[in-house]
Design a protein around this ligand. Structure first.
Ligand code: FES
Length: 219
């Protein structure tokens, strides 16, 4: 588990935009009043969408809003690496460094980030990029994985990550998912199971009559 601390430099205050506040209230309305703390993760996420990161004043604001001790909100914000605790670049790369990704080339990806962006959490002079190493992103079968914005970029190698950074730098859309065209989490190369085409052509989906169903009522 990486050590995650709040940024040393904090803004004096935090304020919701009207739009973010409206969405936050929608999340709160999903839960009974005495369970409003259940909205803590989506509201922190909304704040990050608004500000780019989660500041200490924002954490206090959420604690007040959800009637939670500040330490409880702090625990959530510092536990999940999805929350940025300091300002990051417009494109923040989260490189998984846990064992399956490490065995599949994460060290090389970290070297690319160092070369192209700088040290962890450095923000490039143009404000476009920053990166950090995170623990398992839960997509190990498609390792190595880098999360950018809300999406995973999987099966990466040095060339694929360099191309992704180039595309982002020039303002292009980058397609998330497998860099080697793997279908979801199928084995590399091609599917090894469930390959019978009759599984998918509808021939097996014939209606069946269950023996214990009542006869249809006479009309
Ligand atoms: S180890 Fe990288 S996604 Fe699980």
């Amino acid at each position: 588990m990486s050590v995650r601390r709040l940024a040393q430099t904090q803004p004096p205050s935090f304020a919701f935009t009207a739009e973010t506040l409206e969405t936050a209230k929608w999340w709160m309305s999903k839960y009974p009043p005495h369970r409003k703390a259940s909205a803590v993760i989506p509201i922190l996420w909304l704040i990050q969408k608004q500000e780019g990161w989660v500041s200490e004043p924002a954490i206090r604001t959420v604690a007040t809003m959800l009637e939670m001790p500040v330490i409880r909100v702090l625990e959530v914000a510092t536990f999940y690496t999805m929350f940025h605790l300091q300002p990051v670049g417009k494109h923040h790369l989260q490189v998984c460094g846990t064992t399956p990704c490490m065995l599949r080339g994460a060290e090389d990806l970290k070297a690319v980030c160092k070369k192209r962006i700088g040290e962890k959490f450095d923000v490039t002079a143009d404000g476009l990029f920053s990166w950090e190493e995170v623990e398992c992103l839960g997509a190990c079968v498609n390792a190595p994985v880098v999360a950018i914005h809300d999406y995973y970029h999987e099966d990466l190698d040095v060339g694929a990550l360099e191309r992704t950074i180039d595309a982002l730098a020039s303002g292009q859309h980058v397609r998330p998912g497998s860099a080697i065209g793997r279908q979801t989490s199928a084995p590399e190369g091609e599917a090894k199971t469930l390959t019978d085409p009759t599984l998918y052509d509808g021939t097996l989906a014939q209606p069946i009559k269950l023996p214990n169903l009542p006869e249809p009522a006479a009309s």
